[in-house]
Design a protein around this ligand. Structure first.
Ligand SMILES: [Zn+2]
Length: 272
């Protein structure tokens, strides 16, 4: 299940950011483009050098964007798409460089040892792309779950949904406090010897982009009818903590079943 990726991805998000370093890489590449542009204008260097410098600048920008998005705070779906595009462009550039080097090696112009660096670069870019794909999948899974939850929550609110096969509503005391949450997480850990699988923690970039207030609420990636989900529902009921258990995914959707803990998410005021 895709939610299982969460701990690994979270660990990556927490990697310290070298934002200043990113900016200086872009600034250096931009200065180089300007310098070469002047040299080309003076006829001191061939035009091809300018194209190469511009390519290096585009690559530095992609690298900076990737560092921000791969290891930075949470993303919207749009940012996840841009992140994937940047990672793909980085890989394509490195593959092109590798094939240029291979041509030189075959022509006998450089030794085989000249291939090791471009090979490593391709490898690194592939790993970077793999990470971007995992993170983008996670963002999409969260967004899909947010949409489904929003759709079903609206139906629950308007009492249009009374089928327990789809969703179960428990209002409890009407609130889910920070201390309720700490107690819940440690009770789950004690019971199942693993952390509570939280798939959406409070307000996320995706909730904000879709216009929902998810503060003081969490989504737990458990099927309401699997043993851990059954335990969780009983725990919440006996502690009078509100929850919504979503059983069926919306038609054509792969993500769906989960337990939302806390009151329903109201729609955010437009522009707020
Ligand atoms: Zn939720």
């Amino acid at each position: 299940m895709r939610f299982r990726l969460l701990p690994a991805i979270l660990a990556c998000w927490l990697a310290p950011l070298a934002a200043a370093q990113d900016d200086s890489g872009v600034a250096r590449a931009a200065a180089e483009v300007e310098k070469i542009r002047m040299l080309v204008a003076e006829g001191a260097v061939p035009r091809a050098r300018l194209e190469k410098a511009e390519e290096a600048l585009a690559d530095a920008r992609d690298a900076a964007y990737l560092r921000r998005t791969l290891y930075g705070p949470e993303l919207t779906e749009q940012e996840a798409d841009s992140m994937l595009e940047a990672a793909r462009r980085r890989l394509v550039r490195r593959e092109a460089e590798l094939s240029r080097q291979q041509t030189l090696v075959e022509a006998g112009a450089v030794s085989r040892a000249g291939l090791s660096e471009p090979l490593e670069s391709v490898d690194r870019a592939r790993r970077e792309l793999d990470l971007a794909v995992s993170r983008a999948n996670l963002v999409r899974a969260i967004a899909e779950a947010v949409r489904i939850e929003a759709e079903l929550a609206e139906q629950l609110e308007q009492n249009r949904l009374d089928s327990p096969d789809v969703a179960q509503r428990f209002d409890g005391s009407g609130a889910f406090s920070a201390s309720d949450r700490i107690r819940l997480e440690s009770a789950f850990q004690r019971e199942f010897a693993r952390p509570l699988p939280i798939s959406a923690n409070g307000q996320t970039a995706v909730h904000a982009a879709l216009g929902f207030d998810h503060r003081d609420r969490i989504d737990v990636a458990l099927h309401p009818d699997h043993p851990e989900g059954v335990w969780l529902r009983r725990y919440l009921e006996s502690n009078r903590i509100p929850f919504f258990a979503f059983r069926a995914p919306a038609p054509g959707k792969s993500t769906g079943p989960h337990i939302h803990v806390g009151p329903l998410s109201p729609r955010l005021a437009k522009g707020g």
